[in-house]
Design a protein around this ligand. Structure first.
Ligand code: SF4
Length: 208
C-alpha cells in the first residue's frame, strides 16, 4: 500500500472533513490510497477547488458527523477526498448508516475499485442498502496500462480486481459508473467498451 504521503499544504487549525461542490457534500476521511496514480494532483498539492484536503490525522466518526452538521441545499453525500475512503470501510459503513438514519440523503462513493483486493474479501454486500451509487476509477482498458497509470500494489491483477469489483457492485448497488480521467485520450473508446461490456455507465472526468 502507498504510504501516508505528506505534500505541500497550508497550515490551518481545522481540517476540512466535509466540503460542498455544486449540490453534493463531499466527505474527506483519509489521505491513504491503495493506488499511487501518476496523474494524482495530491502529490503536489492537496488543494481541490479551494478546499485543502490534507489530513494531519484521520478523523473519527464523531468528527466527520460534526463536520456534516445539518446539511441543507444538497442532493447527495459523497465519500471522496484525496484518498481511498473504502480503506476505512468500517467508518464508511458507520457514517453511511447514520446519514441514512438521520437525513436520508443518497450516498455515493468515488473509489479506485481496489477495496476487495485490499480487504481480501468481497466488501460490496456490506454496502448494500447504504450506498446508492458508486463511481469506480477504471482509468485504463487493459491490465498493463492500468498498472502503469495507477502503480497498483496488486500488479497486473489490479485491473482484473477492478473489473470484478464493478461486476460485484452491479449486483447490489443501484447505480454503478466506470470513470476515466481524461489524461490519455486515445484509450477512451477502449475504456468505454470495457464499461459497456461490464454493463455499467461510463463517465470521462477532466484532468484537474
Ligand atoms: S486513487 Fe485517487 S486519490 Fe489515490 S492516488 Fe489515485 S487519483 Fe490520487
Amino acid at each position: 500500500m502507498s504510504e501516508y504521503i505528506k505534500a505541500t499544504s497550508p497550515t490551518r487549525d481545522k481540517p476540512i472533513l466535509a466540503y460542498k461542490i455544486g449540490d453534493s457534500l463531499y466527505l474527506n476521511i483519509t489521505n491513504r490510497c491503495s493506488n499511487t496514480c501518476i496523474f494524482c494532483p495530491k502529490f503536489e498539492d492537496y488543494n481541490l477547488l479551494g478546499n485543502d484536503l490534507f489530513l494531519e490525522v484521520e478523523p473519527t466518526f464523531e468528527e466527520v458527523m460534526a463536520a456534516i452538521d445539518e446539511p441543507t441545499g444538497i442532493a447527495e453525500i459523497v465519500f471522496c477526498g484525496f484518498g481511498e475512503s473504502l480503506i476505512r470501510l468500517d467508518l464508511v459503513i458507520r457514517i453511511a448508516r447514520e446519514i441514512k438514519r438521520t437525513f436520508g440523503y443518497p450516498i455515493r462513493i468515488n473509489t479506485d475499485g481496489q477495496a476487495n483486493l485490499f480487504h481480501g474479501r468481497n466488501i460490496i454486500p456490506e454496502l448494500t442498502g447504504l450506498v446508492d451509487s458508486i463511481s469506480v476509477s477504471l482509468n485504463a482498458s487493459d491490465a498493463a496500462s492500468y498498472l502503469q497509470l495507477s502503480n497498483t500494489p496488486f500488479g497486473l491483477d489490479g485491473f482484473r480486481g477492478i473489473c470484478n469489483f464493478i461486476i460485484d457492485a452491479k449486483k447490489e448497488i443501484p447505480i454503478v459508473i466506470a470513470s476515466v480521467v481524461n489524461v490519455h485520450g486515445d484509450d477512451l473508446d477502449a475504456c468505454r467498451k470495457i464499461a459497456e461490456s461490464l454493463g455499467v455507465l461510463f463517465k470521462v472526468r477532466e484532468f484537474k
